[in-house]
Write a protein of this length. Structure first.
Lengths: 119, 137
């Protein structure tokens, strides 16, 4: 397992696990905090071509449309090299917004990081 | 629990203001006896409305005024939220199609307002815009 440096405390425990990159998002994500999340996600993808980016969202009780835009941008970057985006451990309020945004049709929503790694 | 007194918040268009305003309106809705899901929906809609003001009405300027008033009518069991800005006053177009392309999430905030509130109304002001949101128990 190779640890990956991030610049803020929004994305922690970033690491390479085989051909995947795994990290945990911490805290609520709104227009104020989404630029930091974007920066950290782009940082962990920089120079890498993971088959999966797995983001654990257990500590995200809230996200808004600016967070959705960041996730979609990450997916667009991953798709260039046929990578997939996984979100795990989603909180109920977050699931509601993802449903409105129809993200379940383009992003893999699974229960745990372990499940995502096995897919 | 007593029903909430009318709420008035005056704040600037800085993105860091969004979270405390969202928390305040969620507390107000909780006191008005909305359930957890509805409280989350109301908080999200206020969040998206303010984010749209910052992005579009004020074009990212972080020091412009925004005012929010909330009231609850116990006879009608109805929450009313009014959000006033002094920006461009450009009225949003029609609500984006609800089956939006998930790879192009622009307009998602407006979709949330349309889906999660009972009614939304934009009224141009001079200057700016008044947005009125309503949701019943």
């Amino acid at each position: 397992m190779v640890q990956i440096h991030t610049n803020t405390d929004m994305l922690i425990n970033a690491r390479e696990e085989g051909s995947a990159v795994v990290a945990e998002i911490v805290g609520d994500i709104d227009l104020h905090r989404s630029p930091d999340l974007r920066g950290d996600i782009m940082l962990v993808l920089d120079g890498r071509k993971p088959t999966k980016l797995i983001l654990k969202c257990e500590q995200v009780k809230y996200m808004d449309s600016s967070a959705i835009a960041v996730l979609v941008e990450a997916l667009q970057k991953l798709r260039v090299f046929k990578g997939q985006l996984f979100l795990t451990n989603l909180q109920p309020r977050v699931k509601g917004l993802l449903e409105i945004a129809r993200l379940e049709s383009i992003i893999n929503l699974v229960d745990t990081v372990e499940t995502a790694l096995k897919r | 629990m007593e029903l909430p007194s009318p709420l008035h918040l005056s704040f600037t268009s800085h993105p860091q203001e969004i979270a405390p305003v969202r928390h305040a309106i969620e507390a107000f809705a909780t006191q008005a006896r909305f359930g957890d899901v509805a409280v989350g929906e109301i908080g999200l809609c206020v969040n998206e409305a303010i984010a749209n003001i910052i992005r579009h009405a004020y074009r990212g300027q972080s020091d412009r005024p925004i005012e929010l008033d909330a009231g609850f009518d116990p006879e009608l069991s109805r929450l009313t939220i009014r959000i006033r800005d002094y920006g461009t006053g450009i009225q949003p177009g029609p609500l984006p199609h609800e089956k939006l392309d998930p790879m192009k999430p622009g307009g998602l905030g407006l979709i949330c307002l349309g889906r999660l509130m009972d009614s939304i109304r934009f009224t141009p002001q001079n200057p700016g815009m008044l947005l009125e949101l309503e949701k019943s128990l």
